[in-house]
Ligand binder design. Sequence first.
Ligand SMILES: Nc1nc2c(c(=O)[nH]1)N[C@H]1C(S)=C(S)[C@@H](COP(=O)(O)O)O[C@H]1N2
Ligand SMILES: [Mo]
Length: 419
Amino acid sequence: MKEKKILETQIPAVVPTMKMSRRRMLGGAAALGLALVQDSFGKVVQEAEPLFDVPKDPTKILGVPPGTIGTRSPFEQPKKIPSITSSRTPLQDLFGTITPSDLHFERNHGGVPFIDPEKYELVIHGMVKKPMRFTLHDLKRFPSFTRICFIECSGNFRTGKAELTPQEICGLTSQSEWTGVMLSTVFREVGIDPKATWFLAEGNDAAVMTRSIPIEKAYEDAMLVYAQNGEALRPEQGYPVRLLLSGWEGNTQIKWIRRIELTDQAFMTREETSKYTENIAGGKIRQFSLLMDARSIITFPSYPLQIQRGWVEIRGIAWSGRGKISSVEVSTDEGKTWYPAALQEPVLSKAHTAFRFLWQWNGKATVIMSRAIDETGYYQPSYRELAAARESKGGYHFNPITAWEIKSDGHVYLVSDRT
Ligand SMILES: Nc1nc2c(c(=O)[nH]1)N[C@H]1C(S)=C(S)[C@@H](COP(=O)(O)O)O[C@H]1N2
Ligand SMILES: [Mo]
């Protein structure tokens, strides 16, 4: 007991009080390479100061003892970009494909509710043999299942200026390893009326968010998840339980889920009539556009980096709600020629997939871009194709090829409408 107290007071005393000038930070961090370049985003650098007083020789002073919780190196300060209703994942600061839980994007219609897991209940009723209530404990008694997949908001698109980072353009997508129970398992318990074709999912937040879901998804792969990346769900992601509909638009994946009602028709809730519909050509509107189409983005190099002539490993992520990514093609001459990028194994279904393409930059101004192709043969569309098909330049489900202009001095800028 005594020892624990000493440790806890020691850690903050050693860690956050140390200071360092900006010059020393840049010098000291030089060994971090890429991380240093990324740290030079105006905002991030300012927030990273003041930094630690780094010892000249770490072998000459005793290090910080283990704590009750891990920390992130103060040299690494990736941040979400929050607004009142959402926050965006810093895609350009991440490696691999799992989003650290504290950097998962957020989209909340009525804020994050505070829910006591001991009082949590999920009610399932409507066209069922036996309406039932499940506590969190009940849900955890069912056979568990784990999968990796992304969640993406259907409004994940931003354009309008050259000074946009991957995070700002499409940071409303994140990936986790999720654990919970298959919805079909729980449905077997209540006994679904064979005439039921839809179910309503309702959240326990101030928005009481509701969506109607076709029942096929429950039998295909829907889950009620209570864990994310090895620990309980984060409150921001729906603690204690959320609906996970892999590959479908984020807004259907009801967080803090408290009620499921089985029916034989869609409910036509506010979210599916006044919202979450999009224009298509001919003055028509698409409703229940549930699948997320294939998309990719080059996260390195990207705004606001400046690259050097010579070898550049172009890196990015690609994903599709329809299944696996089958290939990613990269162009370094503004879309005239395309080459296949290498995909990082394992390539999982409905999951962010990392790609890379080794390129020798000759120092001439050019435009680089990537396009994703999924196992159903779907090709990520160009901006012009999409704008023509939708008769609009944005909105929900807008997943155009993203292009980066490399100026002759190596500076990188977004050119959204040049594809
Ligand atoms: N109960 C509830 N569920 C919700 C929402 C909400 O506001 N309330 N937002 C939805 C939207 S629009 C998206 S994109 C995803 C975002 O999930 P995340 O915040 O875990 O990233 O949750 C969905 N589920
Ligand atoms: Mo969303």
